[in-house]
Design a protein around this ligand. Structure first.
Ligand SMILES: Nc1ncnc2c1ncn2[C@@H]1O[C@H](COP(=O)(O)OP(=O)(O)OP(=O)(O)O)[C@@H](O)[C@H]1O
Ligand SMILES: [Mg+2]
Length: 282
């Protein structure tokens, strides 16, 4: 019988999911064993960040997470198959980076979300080709309305709403490893939308993330400097301009991930090479 080191030798590896194994344990060991198993399940459910972009394909062995964005048994393909995503990460070495691409290709969680998780936690995979901040950061992530920010960005980064001893918390099953999430505040006037949340950085200090919406106008993006501002969906030009100012003072960067549904807007055009721009826009 092999004993699982993960469980302090208490639970044989092959019995971890077998109810009859627990029935045989003395009561005091049973409580401990159940706690250990629960902890293992929790860790598995919060491990997406460490599982995507592997050297080899892997299968997601956790539960359905992020409202079904990743399902049990789903193949998480090796990073070799994501050259465009790697190119986007590399582009974060610039002040402005943009992942303008079709729908459902992984712009939100595999693109901007993963990059932001690296910046906030300070955990940069060994293959990471993008920018590296030296310490903890202060960041904003924004969508076009508070509702889409909650239903897409918040879900992708922090997971779903759950309750811990009656307290409303995020379940940590998003792309930011749940074990890194600290205290959050809630935005008043919008149900279940996180306003700010602390994220534990590898240095032991805290990074801060704020969630915003740009239908609230340019003014909500005023304030102190931010190291990273991520727009998931195309922002209006004045909001984008404000983000450039906010990041300039601290040597920060702005990331954009979107499908260009609004056609040749000012922001889309600003990322196009002169030779690719339609003649009428020159
Ligand atoms: N790096 C990845 N590894 C494995 N699966 C991924 C990865 N990125 C995305 N996916 C899968 O692709 C789906 C779409 O991902 P995501 O929502 O990030 O795409 P999107 O381009 O932002 O979509 P939309 O156009 O709806 O905004 C997810 O449900 C997920 O299962
Ligand atoms: Mg998306």
């Amino acid at each position: 019988m092999s004993l699982s080191a993960e469980h302090g030798g208490l639970i044989p590896a092959e019995s971890a999911d077998n109810p009859s194994f627990f029935a045989k344990l003395p009561p005091e060991q049973k409580v401990r064993a159940v706690k250990l198993i629960e902890e293992r399940r929790k860790r598995r459910a919060q491990a997406l960040f460490h599982k995507i972009y592997g050297e080899q394909d892997t299968v997601w062995d956790g539960p359905s997470i992020m409202g079904g964005l990743v399902e049990p048994g789903q193949v998480l393909h090796r990073r070799e198959l994501y050259p465009k995503h790697m190119e986007f990460f590399k582009a974060t070495n610039w002040r402005e980076s943009c992942f303008m691409a079709a729908n459902r290709v992984g712009k939100t969680f595999g693109g901007g979300g993963f990059a932001l998780a690296c910046f906030l936690t300070g955990i940069y995979p060994k293959w990471w080709p993008g920018h590296r901040f030296r310490g903890p950061i202060s960041a904003w992530a924004a969508g076009d309305t508070y509702e889409t920010t909650r239903d897409i960005i918040q879900l992708t980064l922090l997971g779903e709403i759950s309750y811990n001893g009656g307290r409303k918390v995020m379940d940590g099953r998003g792309i930011i490893p749940g074990s890194r999430l600290g205290r959050n505040t809630w935005r008043s006037g919008v149900q279940d939308l996180v306003d700010t949340i602390a994220v534990k950085h590898v240095s032991g200090q805290w990074s801060f993330l704020g969630l915003k919406s740009y239908d609230q106008g340019r003014k909500v993006f005023q304030g102190t400097g931010r190291h990273v501002i991520w727009f998931d969906e195309e922002p209006p030009a004045d909001v984008y301009g404000e983000a450039l100012i906010r990041t300039a003072t601290v040597g920060g960067l702005v990331m954009l991930t979107f499908t260009p549904l609004s056609g040749m807007s000012d922001v889309v055009l600003s990322f196009m090479a002169p030779e690719d721009k339609p003649a009428t826009f020159d």
